[in-house]
Design a protein around this ligand. Sequence first.
Ligand code: ATP
Length: 371
Amino acid sequence: MTKITLSGVNKSFGANFPVIRGVDLTIDDGEFCVFLGPSGCGKSTLLRMVAGLETAYTGQIQIGDRVVDKVEPADREVAMVFQNYALYPHMTVYDNMAFGLRQAKTAKDEIERRVKEAARILQIEPLLDRMPKALSGGQRQRVAIGRAIVRQPKVFLFDEPLSNLDAALRVHMRSEIATLHRNFPAASMIYVTHDQTEAMALADKIVLLHAGKDMLKHGSIAQVGKPLDLYHRPRNLFVAGFLGSPTMNFLEASFVAQEPAGARVVLKGGEEIVVPVDGSALASGAPVTLGVRPEHLAPVAAPGAQTLTRKVSAVEHFGEYSFVYLDGGTPAPLIAKVPGDGGVKAGDSATYQAPADCCHLFDADGLALNH
Ligand code: ATP
């Protein structure tokens, strides 16, 4: 049993600085769960609480069927991999990996068996006699992961393990971590990152934590779900604006009326759009925000129903696709991600249409209206 349950967890640093608010969360047996959010939202703190490295909190944390709030980190059957690798500089790779097992008085031949097996899995067998300073960043991170593997933990905890690697190596190590998850299907994994691509690629479940202007929500869960659920069905403006690159376009609008096909809204530019959601609780004229992802805006020849016409302020070409920047987004310019060269240039007027079911509508509190 490696299910992890957090119930009503709150944590403050000092009396007036809440960093984690009311977190209720279950991570199932063998699940790969990613804590995602902007810098400072509290994701590392939450991970360290599961590890036992942060105490002094209210609520309860359970690993398997054991409440661990008072259990020492070494006795939680978790292994943590840190961003800065945290290798002992004066020990060889072998000794770094064996260290925890020696402390736990594991038999010598069992230590050797486990270290060699982990080294084989991570393809670092030729490095076992090297010192950490003679390793590349990616090799160091493999050793750090190896040190976690040899402990045969029930739970792997990763705190931004790839942040110190260059972009290409990050992509490579990401796929190695996915392989690690497949090799240890019984172990649950929690992985902290602020990189949405890593989260989307690795997670069975994403926990997106709030941070930002609204201090009352800081450190609370904005949404939990499968990566594509968060992408296609964001519950609020924060989630909608965090996932996706470039991020979702937001347009100020007013609610007109609920129709059989959905909620009719009018944009600042005067265009009317029907979004297939239930807006019947809204008053006529209520302010709403229309959300459309850049990749869902397709060029059309002429204005018509469900279209948007704006002046092009700039175009960026990337070969396979282009970003067309349009006047009139809130607060940033609108972006359409279109195939090829986009077919327009700065100064042109261009018209785009999004499939109705790719349009999102948010009320004045930033909550998504249901599709
Ligand atoms: P990042 O992606 O930048 O690492 P994070 O989401 O992991 O951010 P945390 O490291 O959990 O965020 O920190 C959450 C907040 O708590 C931050 O504002 C941070 O400055 C603060 N904080 C973290 N540790 C301490 C501490 N020991 N004492 C006081 N404040 C702290």
